[in-house]
Ligand binder design. Structure first.
Ligand code: PXP
Length: 241
């Protein structure tokens, strides 16, 4: 059975829209734990568009389940990760202009850079996972670096525009999971997973962790909206003396 990693980045996105203190991703992480999250995931991006350094520091103190830091294979954020020592770091490609992480990390194409970063993390006692496309060459490159895990990018499955295409992408993910498990890697998956498309992915044999963010935050806004309005309505309705 796959564990659920809850990505809280977009709670911070709402906060950063006003550069204020709410909603606090630290509160969201606690509520996610109460809801059964097995992992709390956050991405400290170079441009700090959502998660801030303070969030990582406080979450490191408060989160009781595994803390998974997504980060670029870059010297500055590696130094921050080594200092913070989360349970796991997931190396992802990062481009300033992208809306979200658009593809997997090209491990095969930048072996030295990824090796250097993952060694520093592993030496600090952090489990390293590489976010890759479901592709044998990337699995083999990841295995050659001796990392603990890979996370397969499920974006092509999630974005498929026909049932036939989605089934094809599902099969690609199944095959990649088998290859990674045979290579001795722990298998995670994530990106674009929703309440509608997650079940076939959760059923793939041997998947240990699913990381899901946008869909959970989007649902949380909707299921909490009515109560939030009711509470404000009570305040503005009086009676006032
Ligand atoms: N896994 C990784 C490596 C990611 O970069 C992201 C997005 O930050 C996710 C999972 C979660 O994706 P989504 O927000 O689409 O659920």
């Amino acid at each position: 059975m796959a564990g659920l990693g809850v990505n809280i980045d977009h709670v911070a996105t709402i906060r950063q829209a006003r550069r204020t203190v709410e909603p606090d991703p630290v509160w969201a992480a606690a509520l996610a734990e109460l809801g059964g999250a097995d992992v709390i995931t956050l991405h400290l991006r170079e441009d700090r568009r959502h998660i801030q350094d303070r969030d990582l520091r406080v979450l490191r103190e408060t989160v009781q389940v595994k803390l998974n830091l997504e980060m670029a294979a870059d010297a500055a954020v590696t130094a921050i990760a080594v200092e913070a020592r989360p349970g796991q770091c997931t190396l992802v490609p990062e481009k300033r202009e992208e809306v979200t992480t658009e593809g997997g990390l090209d491990v095969a194409g930048q072996l030295d850079r990824v090796r250097d970063c993952s060694r520093q993390l592993a030496d600090a006692g952090i489990e390293v996972s590489l976010f890759i496309d479901p592709d044998l060459a990337q699995v083999e490159a990841s295995q050659s670096l001796g990392v603990a895990a890979v996370e397969f990018h499920t974006g092509r499955y999630a974005d498929a525009d026909s049932m036939a295409q989605q089934l094809k992408e599902l099969e690609t993910l199944r095959t990649a999971a088998r290859e990674a498990l045979q290579a001795g890697l722990v298998v995670h998956m994530g990106h674009g997973l929703t309440y509608r498309n997650v079940v076939p992915i959760a059923r793939i044999a041997g998947v240990s962790e699913l990381n899901i963010g946008h869909s959970i935050v989007a649902r949380a806004v909707m299921v909490g909206f009515q109560q939030a309005v009711r509470e404000m309505k009570t305040l503005v309705s009086g009676p006032f003396e």
